[in-house]
Write a protein that binds this ligand. Structure first.
Ligand code: ATP
Ligand code: LTN
Length: 335
């Protein structure tokens, strides 16, 4: 047994490639956390199907997501990296949690309200409504105490805490209390064509999304045509210069240099030089990840084997928790 605190986080296999927002906002930090925590990272395919997915693409994107995480430094020997649908206890515990979740309580989740409003209330599925209880099951099955998420997922972790508390009060101490680990504010990356919105896999236009797996020439071109702001000064000022500030954040994180030293370096040199150098930094960062991702995807049998053995490790923990839960709520064990 590891004495490190248990950590759990998840990502949806909802695109062919991750983007630089996922890389800076999640991957880089998860990579650090795996040395201080007993980390479990889950590719949440059952969450992904709460909105329509094309079957062949979902299968392919699940492998691709796993490959990119491994290529970027999530080590499946150190952390547990697995596919949610490989461990049946996730939907099984989610069902139990559904029975102690209020209809009104679930209706207050802002992600559901936003997504349902986008789709139209009649097309939004029961699965989408139950997204947060499946996420609670993910976390509680492993008694995770640390849950790294973006700000938008904080409400779901709060719900998870409420459900853990409710279950423990009603049926006796069963679940550990998870804490959200809100990732650094500097870790939020914006669309490089539209710096008012967060860079997103599901953006209406991909022009402002920098994909990890794009050809270097495509990446460089995208960055060189990033929206900058009036004037020609490279200065960090989110209100006046959101475009340049976003590029400075990316440059600073990827080159491990402070924003102020970059400002000094590009003083009086205009945006052109700055964007050209940033394009080089991004391309250099992504090149080895892209190459390693390709190698991993060239041997899908080996990748599937790694995911299967990691799922076995996860299931050993999850099945024990589920058995305890079933016992506590009074389900008759199979004789
Ligand atoms: P998208 O909206 O792009 O589909 P998401 O938020 O649904 O992305 P997931 O695939 O569910 O992303 O999660 C992957 C991780 O990447 C999460 O931890 C999320 O917080 C992080 N992430 C996604 N977009 C950004 C961004 N623009 N800046 C920083 N972090 C991000
Ligand atoms: N909802 C999360 C993904 C997710 C997750 C989890 C995160 C599913 N299960 C458990 C942390 C813990 C998202 O959209 N980023």
């Amino acid at each position: 047994m590891s004495s490190k605190p248990r950590l759990f986080s998840g990502m949806q296999p909802s695109a062919e490639s991750l983007h630089i927002g996922n890389y800076i906002g999640a991957l880089l930090q998860w990579k650090e956390l795996q040395s201080t925590h007993d980390a479990i990272f889950c590719i949440v395919d059952l969450h992904a199907i709460t909105v329509a997915q094309e079957p062949a693409a979902l299968r392919e994107n699940t492998r691709r997501t796993a490959a990119q995480y491994i290529a970027a430094g999530i080590d499946p020997q150190v952390s547990t990296l697995f596919v949610q649908s490989h461990v049946a206890a996730h939907p099984q515990l989610a069902w139990v949690l559904n029975t102690i979740t209020g209809f009104g309580e679930a209706s207050r989740m802002t992600q559901f309200k936003d997504k349902a409003a986008k789709q139209g209330a009649d097309t939004a599925s029961v699965g989408l409504f139950a997204y947060p209880t499946l996420m609670a099951a993910d976390i509680l099955l492993y008694n995770a105490v640390a849950v790294p998420v973006g700000d938008d997922q904080k409400q779901h972790v709060e719900l998870t805490r409420d459900l853990a508390n409710r279950f423990n009060t009603r049926f006796g101490a069963t679940f550990a209390m998870p804490e959200p680990l809100i990732l650094k504010e500097t870790a939020r990356i914006y669309d490089i064509q539209n710096p008012a919105s967060k860079m997103s896999k599901s953006a209406e236009s991909a022009a402002g999304v920098v994909w990890l797996l794009d050809e270097p020439s495509v990446t460089a071109k995208k960055i060189k045509s990033a929206v900058t702001d009036a004037g020609r000064e490279v200065r960090y000022d989110v209100a006046e210069k959101p475009g340049v500030s976003n590029l400075l954040t990316i440059f600073s994180v990827l080159s491990d240099r402070s924003i102020s030293s970059l400002e000094v370096d590009y003083q009086g040199r205009g945006y052109g030089d700055f964007k050209k150098d940033l394009a080089d930094v991004v391309v250099e960062t992504f090149a080895p990840i892209r190459e390693r991702t390709r190698e991993l995807l060239d041997d899908p049998a080996e990748l599937d084997r790694v995911l299967a053995s990691n799922a076995d490790r996860a299931a050993a923990i999850a099945d024990a928790t589920l058995a305890n839960v079933y016992d506590r709520i009074g389900l008759l064990p199979k004789g």
